[in-house]
Design a protein around this ligand. Sequence first.
Ligand code: ATP
Ligand code: MG
Length: 350
Amino acid sequence: MTKRIVALAGDGIGPEIMESALAVLKAATQSTDFDYEVENELFGGSAIDATGTPLPSETLTACKQADAILLAAIGGPRWTQAEQTPEKGLLALRKALQLYANIRPIKVADSLIHLSPLKPEIVLGTDFVVVRELTSGIYFGEPRAKEVQQAYDTNRYTVEEIERIMHQAFVIARGRKKQVTSVDKANVLATSQLWREVAEQVAKEYPDITLEHQYVDSAAMKLVTNPTAFDVIVTENLFGDILSDEGSVLPGTLGVLPSASHSVAGASLYEPIHGSAPDIAGKNCANPVSMVLSVAMMMRQSFQEEGIAKRIEDACYNTMEKGILTPDLGGKATTQQMTQAIIDEVSNVA
Ligand code: ATP
Ligand code: MG
């Protein structure tokens, strides 16, 4: 059956890197039986300009009917003051799609370890995934209030919410080094004690996977002192917010980092972790790798096309190894040159 992929190019460098990613997808699927169609929809600031709203109803309908959604980037200085902002559109989309699991793979390519803020001997071989719960925890718990002399938030997790994020982590670990690190603060927090119990329960369904528990303070240190110790990190919303941003600085550029957000029921959404980079938009120098690797994640996680996913990933890493690099990676290649090099690699190994 033909897969429906909705492409939301958005703002800033979004359209440039989306074009790259779709060109790589085309090359990577050329002589395969993966059949798909791409539907481009307005989203973000460009949608505000065209329709007055960042998430037009056609876009939302298309996303709800899609098999997978690719989002490049939204936002920019032009829309920050307005009543309607691109960010509001993104929050509304995440809510409508019930995206509860955010997956961020962090890999430091051997050829690029000199870009990392960490010492080469520490960062060499870094390759882990942060699985963050996205729709619950202290960001959403009630009651919450800011009063004059006090303020409070509520951290709440249900067994069901913990179970479903754990399953995400264990399934991802199965395709990797088979090690899950569940991060919590179980020495202090009741939510973390439940988190740990549920993690142990879910682990029984995955006897091939090793589960370890780590306190969040310790995990935060280890991410920069021994990042190669991790395979899959699974954690609640607040801890995941912090740890995934900490992890994202390890490669030395945001331009190589993809992400996935999985839904309770509908399509998953794949996007770079960076923003719309207005400072470099339209200059043909944005690194397309973050978006291309997001496409690889889509092929693996939404369509179970492991072979195609791997081919796209290898093409990105081979291109970087050959020194075809955009300025954020220390090179002089344009977006289009780097994209073409990735396409050549993908076609070579096909
Ligand atoms: P947002 O608020 O939308 O997340 P931000 O302020 O975090 O935006 P980003 O858009 O993520 O900013 O960009 C941060 C820096 O990283 C900018 O200097 C930008 O140029 C650079 N950057 C981001 N993405 C890329 C990319 N794909 N290629 C090259 N540089 C990038
Ligand atoms: Mg940002």
